[in-house]
Design a protein around this ligand. Structure first.
Ligand code: MG
Length: 457
């Protein structure tokens, strides 16, 4: 049996998530997971939270578990996930970090996410070690004189702010006299991004910039629907840029100066383009699900592309391994290795402001990047047939250009289709892109029908 079969999986792609005060995410669960994390990490641990109503409770429970195993706790309070990660990265002799956050999920959810000692999202094999300890109950027990203590670390936010601002050409931003509208989604970004805009000399107004775990403004996923108020504000107020974070501010979505909501691929492409121009080329990493506009923008600037499986830890690790100059996901998660190897919402905001200040209006930058139409669909498929579906599809696509990095991606002259079995549901997702909406739909529907035929056979 593999480790996966022995250890029921707790950690998803972004930590452990659950509805608060159910057995999957209550104080007993958090304490036990804290004991498993403490047993694994052994040394001092930085902990921080987003602004959810349950975050203090879960932090106290998780920290108590880790202290029981002898870990010292450094409590960074409420801050964005990337600010906690940066603090872990730069603090000597820290074993790792814990973030209490459910990112963009509705307010009744919360989660526990682990950070490796270098500040990156925890690698899957380390999560598996923690899961094994959690289920076995084989916790390290500290004696009375070894019990961990907890102290406040109030340097995490100021240090993070200094580091983000130091990487931006603040003089160029000041001279451009930009006006920016910022929607913090009542999340942890409110603790940093307004301060960064101030220090860059940007004139700005905010929406939902108070920390409020009830998310009274809108839910904390930066979808077009949740960004409606921001879009209106940018249109009416004549702002140069709109910025919206998700709940823990590792992701940022932008609204252009004409009030157009920009899908994450567009900002990823623009940031990648200028990273390549400034570095005289270089490698950019993204997932197989990102739009071809990213590759186009990178090639226009003399850079090279690498595509990985879906998931930001996978992108970050590929960037480290291959020395990439930039990377990210199509959902607004941008990774700037000059700061750190994780998605960083405030750094994304600062960098895009700098790009607009130096290179012109967002509408002009957008016009430079080719646009494609995308189409998403899905079809049901029992878990036990998923491998067979991919195998049969790949056999019938022998004469096509195929990429098997994650599921199966078929590349055509005028687009592509990605067929990926879901990791959590009995469905196969089909996602296509082409130069027209009709063509994107045609490609995706052809493959959806093919998958359904294989499943029904
Ligand atoms: Mg997030």
């Amino acid at each position: 049996m593999t480790l996966q079969e022995v250890v029921p999986r707790l950690f998803g792609t972004n930590g452990v998530r659950g509805i608060v005060n159910t057995p999957a995410m209550d104080c007993r669960f958090a304490t036990r997971l804290g004991m498993a994390i403490g047993t694994f990490m052994k040394g001092p641990v930085l902990i921080g939270t987003d602004a959810r109503t349950s975050s203090e409770m879960l932090k106290a429970a998780c920290a108590a578990g880790a202290m029981a195993t002898g870990c010292e706790i450094l409590d960074c309070g409420v801050l964005p996930t990337p600010a906690l990660q940066y603090s872990v990265k730069i603090t000597d002799s820290i074993s790792g970090g814990i973030v209490i956050t459910a990112s963009h999920n509705p307010p009744e959810f919360n989660g526990i996410k682990c950070v490796d000692g270098d500040g990156t999202e925890m690698a899957r094999d380390n999560e598996e070690r923690i899961e094994r300890i959690f289920h076995s109950g084989d916790f390290r027990t500290a004696t009375w004189e070894q019990i961990g203590r907890s102290s406040v670390n109030d340097r995490a936010i100021p240090t993070y702010l200094d580091s983000v601002v130091s990487l931006i050409d603040a003089e160029a931003v000041r001279l451009a006299h930009l006006r920016v509208a910022l929607d913090c989604s009542n999340g942890a970004g409110a603790a940093v991004t307004p301060k960064i805009l101030e220090r860059l000399g940007v004139e700005y107004v905010t929406l939902n910039a108070d920390l409020n775990g009830a998310f009274p403004g809108h839910n904390s996923e930066p979808t077009p629907d949740n960004a409606r108020d921001l879009v209106e504000l940018v249109k009416k107020g004549g702002f140069d840029l709109g910025i919206i974070h998700d709940g823990d501010a590792d992701r940022t979505i932008f609204v252009g100066d004409t009030g157009s909501y920009m899908h994450g691929d567009r900002s990823l492409a623009i940031a990648a383009h200028y990273a390549c121009l400034e570095n005289d080329g270089g490698l950019v990493v993204t997932t197989v699900g990102s739009s071809k506009c990213v590759e186009d923008a990178v090639k226009m600037a003399g850079g090279r592309m690498m595509f990985t499986r879906v998931g930001s830890p996978v992108v970050a690790r590929a960037m480290i391994e291959h020395g990439a100059i930039f990377g990210g996901e199509e959902n607004g998660g941008l990774i700037f290795p000059e700061l750190q190897h994780c998605r960083d919402g405030a750094m994304a905001a600062a960098r895009l402001i700098e790009i607009v200040a130096k290179h012109g209006k967002m509408s002009e930058l957008q016009a430079m990047i080719p646009a494609y139409s995308q189409y998403k669909t899905k079809t049901s498929c029992p878990d036990e047939l998923k491998d067979a579906v991919i195998k049969e599809l790949s056999e019938s696509a022998k004469d096509e250009k195929v990429d098997m990095t994650d599921g199966m991606k078929v590349l055509f002259d005028d687009g592509w289709v990605l067929i990926r079995p879901s990791g959590t549901e009995p469905i196969v997702r089909i996602f296509s892109e082409a130069s027209s909406p009709d063509r994107a739909k045609e490609i995706a529907e052809r493959f959806r029908q093919h998958v359904a035929q294989i499943v029904d056979a």
